[in-house]
Design a protein around this ligand. Sequence first.
Ligand SMILES: [Zn+2]
Length: 235
Amino acid sequence: MSKKTFTKQDIDILEMLAEYKWGDTFTCLKCGKQNEVIKSEYHSGRRCKCKTDESVPAHTIFDSNNLSIEKLYGILKYVDDNAKRDWKEQILTIRRHDSISPKDFAVAYERGEISKANFDRQIGEWAHDTKISITHTAKVFGVEENSIRLLFEKIDSRIEDSGSDNLNIRIMDFFASHDWEYNLGLLMFPMRKDDEWNRGVLKKDGKTYQVRPQPFIRNEDERKGLAWRLVEVEE
Ligand SMILES: [Zn+2]
């Protein structure tokens, strides 16, 4: 990882993502101390005085993916743009023709108003027709489907349950209904591998935690951003 060569653009992206990941506060995932930082071996990384060195992609949705950070970020932006544009248009079209949105369609299916065969056929059509299915995205970026699938699965483990059993649909639904700042905040939040996460919810020592946005002032020009932090929630 540290031997890898980075382009200027890679470094810009890493710096920006590091801002979303840690903001002003770096909490060491190993010893739990805050802001005890020394120089990291990684570009824009954070290294704790306890010697734990954390790269920007580590413990985020970009972890363990063999694609470059520049490409992964490009894919994410592509998915976000297209989900917001095409997906919303499709929902409108579907509403016009069938007077039902995919979400309402999923609810109707759960109520038993639509047969399993009809449900699968319709969902399959919607997922296949969109520009951000795993297959289509892999083609656009000239990468293996497995890399996109890994990215989508990592995103999926962090997002709320939209009620669909189709991964493409869940991803589209998520990107279509949240703005980019929110998406990056949630997707860059460092989640420890050994903790048991389920759709952005962590259960530990009998308590339930969720990753939630907290307003904070980033930069000197007081641009308001959102820091995603772990907060205890009622069960
Ligand atoms: Zn530490």
